[in-house]
Design a protein around this ligand. Structure first.
Ligand code: XIL
Length: 302
């Protein structure tokens, strides 16, 4: 096949991109996005600060622009994200305890209900574990409401949209030997054993020179999948250029293809200039929308 989405579909997988509502008027951007990808994640528009700017007042205008673009272009939609310590609205940042717990669960219920039936998978909880060797939860206002906040969020999401796959999503869980990876693994295993509704693990996969694609990346993908969950690579971008970057993309694609339950890959933007870390030139298209070596390697590997 001649596009990323069609090539991924040959093995029953998807290939997606993050989409920014503010760029949907840029035809160079939408032409590439419409042609190449078959899954869409809103880069910021479904986050907590965007969807509930004032408590109890929900704003779906930007999220719906992304969702409607996906629908009208025949693409599936990944929801990102219902509960997260970052990009919270101001009112939530100032909340704690049972008031915050209730507000968080209401947010999960309301947003998942609004998008019910339209979402392939939700990143229900994002980035809840600490970096480093502790294997601990990340400290946050949500964590301080009690260790069971994550499972409470998953149960609320399942009740609101039973058809959506429910994922835990994080970064720096790509190296199987790292404490953070093993801590997430233990949580997912515990959820599966107790019947907490979880269907998938999202590996963000933001790679750079200080955080390279680990040599055991395939083991990580297969390790999570062995728990009986799907795995998706959800926010892929890789600092670099030329053949070196291309080989790294090839490695990541091959890791997903090696694991039957790795169901798809999403890159975190279209052109390098669209990236949240544009100076790393981490994506598959250059600023002019031309296919990079990394694109050719990715298409070839799929
Ligand atoms: C980033 C967006 O790309 C930026 O536009 C925004 O300013 C900050 O958030 N992990 C995630 C994503 O789960 O939501 C983040 O997206 C990148 C890191």
């Amino acid at each position: 096949a001649t596009t990323l989405g069609a090539s991924a579909a040959q093995t029953g997988r998807y290939f997606g991109t993050a989409i920014s509502a503010g760029k949907l008027g840029d035809s160079a951007y939408t032409t590439i996005a419409a042609r190449e990808f078959d899954m869409v994640t809103a880069e910021n528009e479904m986050k907590l600060d965007a969807t509930e700017p004032n408590q109890g007042q929900f704003n779906y205008s930007a999220g719906d622009r992304v969702a409607n673009w996906a629908t009208s272009n025949g693409k599936r939609l990944r929801g990102h994200t219902l509960a997260w310590h970052s990009q919270q609205p101001g009112w939530m940042q100032n909340m704690s305890g049972s008031t915050l717990r209730t507000a968080m669960l209401n947010h999960v219920t309301q947003v998942a209900t609004h998008y019910k039936g339209k979402i392939y998978a939700w990143d229900v909880v994002n980035e809840a574990f600490a970096d480093g060797s502790s294997g601990a939860r990340r400290d946050s206002n949500l964590q301080r409401t009690g260790n069971d906040w994550i499972e409470a969020a998953f149960r609320a999401a399942r009740a609101a949209d039973p058809a959506a796959k429910l994922c835990y999503n994080d970064y720096n869980i790509d190296d199987w030997s790292h404490a953070k990876t093993q801590a997430v693994y233990s949580m997912v295993r515990d959820f599966k054993s107790r019947g907490v509704p979880i269907d998938c693990v999202g590996l963000q996969a933001h790679f750079n020179s200080g955080n390279p694609v680990p040599g055991n990346f395939t083991s990580t993908v297969s390790g999570f999948a062995a728990l009986g969950v799907d795995v998706q690579i959800t926010e892929l971008d890789i600092q670099g250029s030329g053949t070196d970057q291309a080989n790294k993309y090839r490695t990541v694609v091959n890791a997903c293809l090696a694991v039957p339950r790795c169901t798809g890959i999403t890159v975190w933007g279209v052109r390098d200039s669209d990236s949240w870390r544009a100076s790393d030139t981490p994506l598959l298209f250059d600023n002019g929308g031309n296919k990079k070596a990394a694109y050719n390697a990715t298409l070839d590997a799929l």
